[in-house]
Design a protein around this ligand. Sequence first.
Ligand code: KIV
Ligand code: ZN
Length: 510
Amino acid sequence: MDMIRIFDTTLRDGEQSPGASMNLHQKLEIAKALERLGVDIIEAGFPVSSKIQFDAVYSIAEQVTTPYIAGLARCVQKDIDAAYESTKPSKKRMLHIFLATSAIHMQYKLKKTPDEVIKTIEESMIYSKKLFDHIEFSPEDGSRTEYDFLVKVVKTAIKHGATSINIPDTVGYALPFEFGELISKLIRDVPQFKDKSVYLSVHCHNDLGLANANAVSAVANGATQVEATINGIGERAGNTAIEEFVMTLNTRKDLVNKKTNIKTELLYPTSKLLTHLTGLVLARNKPIVGENAFMHESGIHQDGVIKHKQTYEIMNPSMIGRDSDTLVLGRHSGMHGFKKQLEKLGIVFKDQDQFDKAFQRFSELADRKKEVYDDDLLAILSDMIDRIPEGYIMEYHNVNSGNTIIPTATVRLKKGDEVYNSASTGDGPVDAIFKSIDEITGIQTKLKEYIVRGVSSGKDAQGEVQLSLDINGKNFNGRGSSTDVIEASAKAYLNAINKFYFVNKEGNGK
Ligand code: KIV
Ligand code: ZN
């Protein structure tokens, strides 16, 4: 069976989509989870674009050793240099370099003739080859590039040392049969694709909801690598979702006889980790990892599933690690069970103090709540995963509200050794507690987004609040959870404010 190489771009194409930006610690956690998942290449970022991106690529290259670590670059020397410097710690580094090749991009965006584009590719490849052994070249907007010119571009990049060529459907325009045909024509016309000495990769966007279909069609027609992201995050409507692509191959081996190195049982935990770290909530009906993906609502379906699962289930949820949905920890679960469950979710605390602190939080929650689900664990530990220093900690809060009184909140915050008290009224209990916090911090905030949701099932479920604050024109996301939603709101608010302090101290605000 042919192997398909998985090039993960969650931390580059995925991270550049609105609402998905992550700090360095979050990116490292995701990179480690991707390594455990078994991706072959991690595109860790676009190093020239900012110091944050550069540092993230560098740290990932230092700490993640199994997959190739790639940095993105335009056909510009300073981009290639930044990719080189940032991936230096990795023994398996790679350059991903791109230039637009469709007529519309060359004319309006690049303002270059086709000959000038070829010359730029030649010069950049010659420069890059002095620094990198592994180079992927992408003709951006490849699916809309005039075919003969595309072949010329591909041959030029290969002649100057490209080890993989990636054909992007940049604007999600291609149809599956058309994209598959393009791939077979390229294999026919480029000898290095036919003899498989150069990888032929695809990178599909989901503007028409066809990203996975196009990737599957491409591999069915001979592509040897797929670029994809966890949960399909990415520019606009996103990219091919790894979980969809891998499970399509797995489920339809009868027709597409290819395999990947992905450990499918880690797909769901990895998806969950990303959702918690970014706060990007998935549609309930999202294939494979959405809340409803394995639920049977209609009576006829339920009856069928009870009689024989395969009547309505084409995949077994345990194959993607979804049995952990029902795996619960309780008050009597010991440290061992807790540790195992964390590992399954991809959370490893190397430092014993951190682990003890996490276990303490779990025990406190288990006292308040009978059953503790994976989502609960991710919710109570997310700030420890982010490793945002605690800054302000809420020591105490009291809120009075009702339909006949003015909502009033009292809070006590601690920062280092200092203790601050404040009381305020507001339009509602949440507003009152936010105002009390503002009085202490003195920071002007604008609440841009505020979402409350139940973390797991049951009346005693925790509430999780995700919010976004505008502070001095920059966005800071906060998250907090508790069995009391007012407390969860205050925690989320403080989490965003502590991020603001952290970023300002580090001098790397976005
Ligand atoms: O969609 C695209 O064309 C890209 C390239 C950088 C490969 O993301
Ligand atoms: Zn893309």
